[in-house]
Design a protein around this ligand. Structure first.
Ligand code: KG4
Ligand code: ZN
Length: 337
C-alpha cells in the first residue's frame, strides 16, 4: 500500500510516498529556514503563505522522485495537530481535496506520534521503549507501548528544548535555526567554561520534567556569575557550555525514567535528536539500546506522517471531511508508577 504523506505543521512543506509504512519511495522537504532566518524564528503568517505557494510543487516532486502516479496511491496521511493553525490548514485542506478527487481515504495524524514513529522507517524496533521527543515545540519523555499508545512521563514546564537553543542563538545573534548553529559552534568551544545551573524540579509529579527558562536566563543575563575564569568568555565557549547543560538536563531525566521503568531501550526523535552531543551522551551509556533516526527523519518530514498513517489505515481507520486542524493538544500525563 503506497501512502502519500503531507506535513505542513510548522515551517517545512513536505510530501512523501511511503510503501507499507516502511519503504520511503520519496521524501521531499522544502524548508523555509532562509525565509524566517532574518526574524530568528518562524513567522506564522509567512509560513502559511509559503505552504500555499509550495504545496503543489512539493507534492509533484514527491510523485516524480518516486516514479509513482496519483492513481497508484491508496490513501493520504496528513498532519492535523499540533502546530501553527494556518500552516496545518494548508496541508489538511489539500489532503481532503486530493482524497476527494481521487476517491481514496485520508487519515489525519498527530505530529508528535509521527516524530515518535520516524525511527521505525529505518529499522525494526520492538515495543515497549522510552520515547524521547525533543523538538522546537516539544520535549517529551514517554513510555511507548505501540504506534498510537504512549504515556507522557515528563515534559518541559516552560520552554521546549529546541526552543531554548533557538532563543539563546537569537540572543547572541549566532544564527538560525539555533540548534544547528549552536551544535556547530560548540565543536570549537569548551563545555567547562561555564557551569550553568540545573533546574531542581525532581520531586513528586515533576520527577521526569525538565525546565529551560532558568538556564536561558543564566546564559543570557548572568554570564559572569557562572564563568570559570580559566576560560575566555567566547561565543564558542558559551555555546558549548549551554549545549552541554541543556542536553544534560534532558539526559538526566531520561536516565531516571530508564531506571524507574526498567526499560533499557531509548528511541529518540525530533529536531534536537540530531544534536551531536545528545547522540554521543546517550550512546556512551553502557547497557542501553539507543536508537536515533538519521538527521532528515529527526526534523519535520512527511515520510514519518505517511509511515504512521499506514498503520491506522491498515486497521481501517480513516478521517472524515469534518476533521479540523488543532493548534494544541492536551498532554495526557501518567505519573510513573
Ligand atoms: O522537529 P523539528 O524540525 O520541528 C518541530 O516540530 O519543532 O525541530 C526543530 C528544532 C529547532 O528548535 C532546532 O533548533 C532544533 O530542532 N535542532 C537542533 C539541532 N538541529 C535542529 N537542536 C540541537 N542540535 C541540533 N543539531
Ligand atoms: Zn516536528
Amino acid at each position: 500500500m503506497i501512502v502519500l504523506g503531507i506535513e505542513t505543521s510548522c515551517d517545512e512543506t513536505s510530501a512523501a510516498l511511503v510503501e507499507d509504512g516502511r519503504s520511503i519511495l520519496s521524501n521531499i522537504v522544502a524548508s523555509q529556514v532562509d525565509i524566517h532566518s532574518p526574524y530568528y524564528g518562524v513567522v506564522p503568517e509567512i509560513a502559511s503563505r509559503k505552504h500555499v505557494e509550495w504545496i503543489v510543487p512539493v507534492i509533484t516532486d514527491a510523485f516524480n522522485a518516486a516514479g509513482v502516479e496519483k492513481e497508484d496511491i491508496s490513501a493520504i496521511a496528513v498532519t492535523y495537530k499540533p502546530g501553527l493553525i494556518g500552516s496545518l490548514l494548508v496541508g489538511l485542506s489539500f489532503a481532503k481535496g486530493l482524497a476527494a478527487s481521487l476517491n481514496i481515504p485520508y487519515i489525519g495524524v498527530d505530529h508528535i506520534h509521527a516524530h515518535l514513529y520516524a525511527p521505525h522507517l529505518e529499522q525494526d524496533i520492538s515495543y515497549p521503549y522510552i520515547g524521547l521527543l525533543v523538538s522546537g515545540g516539544h520535549s517529551l519523555i514517554t513510555y511507548v507501548r505501540n504506534f498510537d499508545d504512549f504515556d507522557v512521563l515528563g515534559t518541559t514546564i516552560d520552554d521546549a528544548c529546541g526552543e531554548a537553543f533557538d532563543k539563546i542563538a537569537k540572543f547572541y545573534e549566532m544564527g538560525y535555526p539555533g540548534g544547528v548553529v549552536i551544535d556547530r559552534i560548540s565543536q570549537k568551544g569548551d563545555p567547562r567554561a561555564f557551569s550553568f545551573p540545573f533546574p531542581s524540579l525532581h520531586k513528586g509529579d515533576h520527577k521526569y520534567d525538565v525546565s529551560y527558562s532558568g538556564l536561558k536566563t543564566a546564559v543570557a543575563n548572568q554570564l559572569d556569575k557562572f564563568w570559570n575564569k580559566k576560560y575566555e568568555k567566547s561565543i564558542e565557549n558559551i555555546a558549548a557550555s549551554f549545549q552541554k547543560t541543556a542536553i544534560d538536563i534532558m539526559v538526566n531525566r531520561v536516565l531516571k525514567a530508564v531506571e524507574d521503568t526498567g526499560l533499557r531501550k531509548i528511541v529518540a526523535g525530533g529536531g534536537v535528536a540530531a544534536n551531536s552531543y545528545l547522540r554521543k551522551r546517550l550512546n556512551e551509556e553502557s547497557g542501553l539500546e539507543v536508537i536515533f533516526p538519521s538527521s532528515i527523519l529527526c526534523t519535520d518530514n512527511a515520510a514519518m506522517v505517511a509511515g504512521l498513517g499506514y498503520h491506522y489505515l491498515l486497521r481501517g481507520n480513516k478521517s472524515d471531511f469534518k476533521m479540523n486542524a488543532e493548534a494544541r493538544v492536551p498532554l495526557f500525563r501518567n505519573i510513573y508508577p
